[in-house]
Write a protein that binds this ligand. Structure first.
Ligand code: KIV
Ligand code: ZN
Length: 535
């Protein structure tokens, strides 16, 4: 039997999704969760692309010991050397080098001949092999490449020492039958592929990333590159949770092709999906397979009736199998610390005792605002709490006035943390606006302007709110997108009060924007002046 290897690229291709940028601590948090999930390889980043990405790859390589840690490098010496340095601390490491092979890319992007690209492939793979035993080679835009030429490139890479050959559908252009033929032809025409792992990497521009990956597996691919929630460049990458659950749910079908599902702990899927969504700020669409809010909801009466009689009538897998908590009322006002801590454990969170204490205090505060506390509420508390340590700004309080014939205005108070320490200063500002949310965001902008030089204020381009659980007292989760400095940034915030949730989501976005500046200590200097001046 052939076990399928899961190569997770959430931290590299997934992070290329507009607005999804993650700092090193957040990448480490996701990488640790991917380790718990049991993926085989983590692509932690593209080290040469920025100092932050270099740091992230190095941190993950140092701290995450289960999976192979891979870094991406173009087929140039500088990239390969930087990648080797970043992954050096890993117990098991891989350099993933790539060059485009389609005539379109050769002519317009690389301005190189086919012979040039063959030479570069040989040279890059050999060079990478001198620095690392495990080298993967990708033929970018393989799916639109001339198949005979692709065979020559692949053969060259294997001869030069690549242990994994990856065939990307970079622009999500192929259809399953066509992609299967590419895989079959490669396996027929390049006998040396017997020695290595054949991998696929599909994008979702036509919504076929998962279908193409599965067709490739049936025809001989043994590694799939994918991301949590299918996030990634443009329309995204093949979704990890869908691939894993297809291979598990249809185990008997795949056995006919001698294929065994990956050794992933599927019960960690939901938690990983929530974490990625929370830290990237990219909401999961409700009808998303496996992890969407409606994935296991039966609405039609006839379906509900069937499920009540026998789940198998309309349910092909259980929510529990992917770690989705049953939405039972779990705890309330009278629940004690012991019950709360036990529930955290049952939900798969291993939280140290001091953190349980502060989470319990927040849980108690929540029970004052809402009668029933659901599993989803507890997940939101943990997510908010565990990411607090990375934040420069956090909410200290707010007040809003609004009404039919009033100009809405808001006062916002924020704690501003000093980089490298736990010391904070508290700053307050007021502003009026087109509505209470606008007024509050403007007040927060004024606080940021006190702390550092702003080019311009972030421009809000998208705002949405959804309820985390059911009931009038449910928590609202606000997601927003802003444009700042030519980039798109996302933020999230949760509260039983939608204005508080809105301000928290704006603070989340501000934290992401100011992080690079704050790390250069500018916040520290400016805020210290103000503290010393008695503010
Ligand atoms: O889509 C693509 O071709 C890639 C490669 C770098 C593997 O992401
Ligand atoms: Zn890609």
């Amino acid at each position: 039997m052939n076990k399928i290897l899961i190569f997770d690229t959430t931290l590299r291709d997934g992070e290329q999704c507009p607005g999804a940028s993650l700092n090193p601590a957040q990448k480490l948090e996701i990488a640790r969760q991917l380790d718990l999930l049991g993926v085989d390889i983590i692509e932690a980043g593209f080290p040469v692309s920025s100092p932050g990405d270099f740091e992230s790859v190095k941190l993950v390589a140092k701290k995450v010991r289960g999976p192979v840690i891979s870094g991406l490098a173009r087929a140039v010496r500088k990239d390969i050397e930087t990648c080797a340095e970043a992954i050096a601390p890993a117990a098991r490491k891989r350099i993933h080098t790539f060059i485009a092979t389609s005539d379109i890319h050769l002519k317009y992007k690389l301005k190189k001949s086919r012979e040039d690209v063959l030479d570069i492939t040989r040279e890059a793979v050999r060079y990478a092999r001198n620095l690392c035993d495990d080298v993967e080679f990708s033929a970018e835009d393989a799916a639109r490449s001339d198949i005979d030429y692709l065979c020559r490139v692949v053969e060259t890479a294997v001869k030069a020492g690549a242990a994994t050959i990856n065939i990307p559908d970079t622009v999500g252009y192929t259809v399953p039958d066509e992609f299967s033929n590419i895989i079959k032809t490669l396996l027929e025409k390049v006998p040396l592929l017997d020695r290595v792992v054949l991998s696929v990497h599909c994008h979702n521009d036509l919504g076929l990333a998962v279908s193409n990956s599965i067709s490739a597996i049936i025809n001989g691919a043994r590694q799939v590159e994918c991301t949590i929630n299918g996030i990634g460049e443009r329309a995204g990458n093949a979704s990890l949770e869908e691939i894993v659950m297809i291979l598990r749910t249809r185990r008997a079908f795949f056995r006919r092709f001698n294929i065994e599902p990956p050794s992933v702990d599927a019960r960690q899927i939901y938690k990983t999906s929530r974490m990625v969504s929370h830290l990237t700020g990219l909401a999961v669409q409700p009808n998303k397979a496996i992890v969407g809010a409606n994935a296991f909801a039966h609405e039609a009466g006839i379906h509900q009736d069937g499920v009540l009689k026998k789940r198998l009538t309309y349910e092909i897998m259980t929510p529990q199998s992917v770690g989705i908590p049953s939405s039972n009322i779990v705890l309330g006002k009278h629940s004690g610390r012991h019950a709360f801590s036990k529930r955290l454990g049952e939900m798969g969170f291993s939280v140290r005792s001091s953190l349980v204490d502060s989470l319990f205090r927040e849980f108690k505060a929540l029970t004052d605002k809402k009668k029933y506390v659901f599993d989803e509420d507890i997940i939101s508390l943990v997510e908010e709490r565990t990411t607090k340590k990375h934040k420069f700004f956090s909410m200290a309080g707010f007040r809003v006035t609004t009404g039919t014939s009033l100009t809405p205005d808001a006062t916002v108070k924020l704690h501003v943390r000093q980089p490298g320490s736990q010391r904070t200063v508290t700053l307050q500002e007021s502003a009026s606006g087109d509505g209470p949310v606008d007024a509050a965001f403007k007040a927060a902008d004024k606080i940021v302007a006190k702390c550092l030089k702003w080019k311009s204020h972030p421009k809000l381009i998208d705002y949405s709110i959804r309820s985390v659980t059911i009931g009038k007292d449910a928590q609202g989760e606000v997601s927003l997108k802003v444009r700042y400095g030519g980039d798109i940034w996302t933020g999230r915030g949760t509260s039983t009060d939608i204005l508080e949730g809105s301000i928290k989501s704006y603070i989340d976005v501000l934290n992401k924007i100011v992080q690079p500046v704050a790390e250069k200590n500018r916040i520290k200097q400016r805020c210290r002046c103000r503290t010393d001046a008695g503010q």
